[in-house]
Design a protein around this ligand. Structure first.
Ligand SMILES: Nc1ncnc2c1ncn2[C@@H]1O[C@H](COP(=O)(O)OP(=O)(O)O)[C@@H](O)[C@H]1O
Ligand SMILES: [Mg+2]
Length: 185
C-alpha cells in the first residue's frame, strides 16, 4: 500500500467535526460515529477501502437491505444508521421466526440479483430490526470472493441450534435453495 493511501486523521470528515460525535463501533477498516438523528459517518484507515465500500454501496443503492449513501470524501462515507441487533445477538435471546428465516433467503436472492459472486455475509454485519426484517452493514469483496452459498449464515444458525428449523421453514417457499444449501453445507 502506498503511503498516500493512509488516513492522517484530521478531526473533519465530510465537513463534520467527528470529535463531537458518539463513537459506535470499529472493525479492521475504520471507525463509525453516530450522526444524529439517523445517520452514521464511517471513517476509513485507507482511501482504497473507502472507495471500494463506496462503489459497492452505490451499486446496491436501490436495495432495501443496504444503507443509503448521503455524502462521502476520500476517507469517509455518510450513510444510514441501522438500528437493531446483530443476528448472533438476536439468536442468543430469541427463537427463529419464519419471517426471519425467509428474510435471510431473500437477502441471498438479492445478492444474486445484484450480481454478487460472494453469496454470503458475516453474521455481525446482519442486523435484525424490530419487525424481524434484516439490514446489512459493511459489504466487502462482494464481487471478488466467490462463495456459492451462505456458509457463514448457515454456521451461525447451526451454532444457535436452529439450522434444522431454518431448513424446515424455507423448504416449501424456496425449495431450490433448500436443496442446494443442504447439499453443499
Ligand atoms: N450503518 C451502521 N449503523 C449502525 N451501526 C453501524 C453501522 N455501520 C457500522 N456500525 C457499527 O460499527 C461497527 C464497525 O463498522 P464496520 O462497517 O463493520 O467497520 P469495518 O469495515 O472496519 O469492519 C459495526 O460492527 C457496527 O457495530
Ligand atoms: Mg466490519
Amino acid at each position: 500500500m502506498v503511503k498516500s493511501d493512509k488516513n492522517d486523521y484530521s478531526n473533519y470528515y465530510c465537513g463534520i467535526d467527528i470529535t463531537k460525535l458518539k463513537f459506535i463501533g470499529q472493525g479492521t477498516q475504520g471507525k463509525v460515529f453516530f450522526l444524529p438523528p439517523d445517520k452514521v459517518i464511517k471513517v476509513f484507515h485507507s482511501k482504497h477501502s473507502c472507495k471500494n465500500q463506496l462503489l459497492i454501496l452505490q451499486n446496491v443503492s436501490k436495495s432495501r437491505f443496504f444503507t443509503k449513501v448521503y455524502d462521502n470524501d476520500e476517507f469517509s462515507i455518510v450513510m444510514d444508521f441501522v438500528p437493531g441487533i446483530t443476528l448472533k445477538e438476536y439468536l442468543n435471546n430469541n427463537s427463529l421466526s419464519e419471517k426471519l428465516a425467509l428474510e435471510l433467503v431473500e437477502l441471498i436472492c438479492e445478492f444474486e440479483k445484484l450480481g454478487f459472486t460472494r453469496l454470503d455475509i458475516r453474521a455481525p454485519h446482519i442486523f435484525v430490526q424490530a419487525d424481524e426484517s434484516i439490514r446489512i452493514i459493511d459489504p466487502r469483496k462482494t464481487y471478488t470472493i466467490v462463495q456459492k452459498y451462505p456458509v457463514k449464515i448457515l454456521s451461525t444458525l447451526e451454532r444457535a441450534g436452529v439450522l434444522e428449523q431454518f431448513f424446515r421453514m424455507i423448504k416449501d417457499k424456496y425449495n431450490d435453495k433448500y436443496l442446494q444449501w443442504k447439499n453443499l453445507y
